[in-house]
Design a protein around this ligand. Sequence first.
Ligand SMILES: Nc1ncnc2c1ncn2[C@@H]1O[C@H](COP(=O)(O)OP(=O)(O)O)[C@@H](O)[C@H]1O
Ligand SMILES: [Mg+2]
Length: 249
Amino acid sequence: MKIALEVKNLQVLYGEKHVVHDINLKFPANQITALIGASGSGKSTVLRSLNRMNDDLATVQGTIDFHGININQPQVNVYRVRQQIGMVFQQPTPFPLSIYENVIYGLRLAGEKDKQVLSQRAEESLRQAALWDEVKDQLNESALALSGGQQQRLCIARTLAVRPEIILMDEPTSALDPVSTSQIEDTLVQLKEEFTIIMVTHNMQQASRAADWTAFMHQGNLIEFDKTATIFMNPREQKTADYLSGKFG
Ligand SMILES: Nc1ncnc2c1ncn2[C@@H]1O[C@H](COP(=O)(O)OP(=O)(O)O)[C@@H](O)[C@H]1O
Ligand SMILES: [Mg+2]
């Protein structure tokens, strides 16, 4: 199986506080991997470490191997890492700009000026994010007028527009209603044909519906990583079974 990203001996500290302990994980390419675990177990910390979003917050030790390069090194260009490993946050974060300008924001930053390239990429990304049909006649209107679910799909389109290989998502539907949540889950399943998705979720149904692989974290440790069906139906570790049956968390 092709691996998109490999984490070796990942440790994260906030000041003196050691919150992620020696994690080793291989994220399969063109698959969806869910990170699950109780609040405070370190899911977001791990996720943010994968594209250097913890640089200013925490000490991140260990290797993050991307195409044979350890991207967790100061000399590696963070901006380029984030072009290849994009992030979608929990709260939709549209900019106070038009729908169109939101989608092509990263391309403009990267210096793309060709209008045809920009508009093609905008349409392609909005289609991939399953938003095109709803917004194609209002591309020049403010993104802030969209519903929460539409705003989140817009943020997904904005991330896709720079053509990353990997998309990190931190509880991408937790601020959304059930209909928007299921639209986004359907979108993710389509996207994995082209992208590798790593998603934090505290929603077990979401992990079991959408993820191919699931990693269970507890108190900063990776307890178990396996195919989602195995984690949910036949976990190896007692802690995993206890968490899934609601004994804690
Ligand atoms: N910026 C920060 N500064 C200090 N401690 C933090 C910070 N962010 C998270 N933590 C702590 O790190 C631990 C893991 O948090 P987090 O990664 O957010 O967990 P999760 O996403 O699983 O809820 C928690 O104890 C949390 O309080
Ligand atoms: Mg979190």
